[in-house]
Design a protein around this ligand. Sequence first.
Ligand code: OOG
Ligand code: NI
Length: 493
Amino acid sequence: MATNADNKCPTASGSIRAEYPVTTPRDSSLRTRDWTAETDSPALAASSDNVARPSATSERIKIRSMSSSVSAMGGEYLPTWRLRERFAAGLSAMYGSEVPAYTTLVEVSTQVNRDYAARHPGAQRLGSLARVTAERHGAIRVGTPDELAAVADLFAAFGMVPVGYYDLRDAVSPVPVVSTAFRPIDAQELARNPFRVFTSMLALEDPRFFDADLRARVQTFLGRRQLFDPALIARARAIAAGGGCDVDEADDFVAQAVAAFALSHQPIEKSWYDELSRVSAVAADIAGVTSTHINHLTPRVLDIDELYRRMTARGVTMIDAIQGPPRWDGPAVLLRQTSFRALAEPRRFRNDDGTVIEGSLRVRFGEVEARGVALTPKGRKRYDAAMARLSGNEDPATVWGRYFPATDDQMAAQGLAYYRGGNSSKPVVYEDFLPASAAGIFRSNLDRDTETIAATRIADDSGYSMGWMAGAIGRHIHDPYVLYESLSKEALA
Ligand code: OOG
Ligand code: NI
């Protein structure tokens, strides 16, 4: 069976070898809330991001000392943010070659940003033109807790840590995944390059989606695949521990990391993929194939309404709406997103009789987003109330104006949003995701809407939670509100 690992060369830094960490079997832990109790303990919450997995600790110490000697030999030393910048750019180049319409989206986004900044003097209050134009978020999906732990290790080398917990099983159109987002968290790191990846894991233990028989077969399938070369993960851990690597090592490391998210051209077992599709298109995308891939890569725009118009004028069919808050004259909050529908991409399928046929799949789409100020819990409640009122016939901006004040001054004074040092001209940008919007994007891109939890009354005893996920990946999962709060308290430069 071909895996992603097959097309990678053996590790260049063969001297750095850590055994790939094996997390505790979770068949039983999933059924209990042990993980939750353990990982909610203050000791773990207070620990740094990469020390919680006990089996890794001694390995880490070894790696740390080796990595410093490795770095002493080389030329220019690249800190993790430079690696993140290269990783984001590398993924963007790869995704553009795989999905040409993405390149159009990026071109139009770049023009919209340039034009908007030229016409609006305050445009860069939510981030410099350079940051916003380079800014992307990606979305990936994996199958198992071990795969998620490997992703966490890999992204740590790019200074990206898990923030937030999203349960898309609760969405209007439920999707059988639980998710987090890997991203930088310090103000300076975000300003340098804010690359973030929304990362979903298949909720295989949820009996509302998977019966025991299917679960066992999915487990067997996933147990046989290897998404990442263990040497790549070992290297990532060494780089994370050392805070960066030499420029020579960086090229190879980043190239391998990018390649791990390429779309595989291996034939897909058709009956297996179809069986999973009946549970959920996302389940098939995750567990119907032997590798993972970037599902979408999303540029950021300063004026998403203008972007929508220009894409439509170019003949690209966009989904019906821009999701999130409406356009209005007051402060932009949280996130507005839209996308063009998934395009059919050629894929090969293997029938049960062994014959291989050409076919196509529609799973990858082009999303674009505009970001606003981060809301406090009070502001978020207001947001949810306002969103619930948007469906009527009334002008959305008018509805919005009943819930939110029209100026940043009032937003700050009423404690609805975060501003740096309390200065209402310095909004703290929302750096996270919106589960409802995420589910909307999921839904609008499915060929069929199979994502309904069967009308059965099966109870969900899977035990997934943020604490569970933190335990599964051996890392603290940051609470977005805590991060925004501390950004807002930072003194102004
Ligand atoms: C992820 C969907 C979430 C967003 O922008 O909210 C997301 C997925 O499709 O796997 O990317
Ligand atoms: Ni997205």
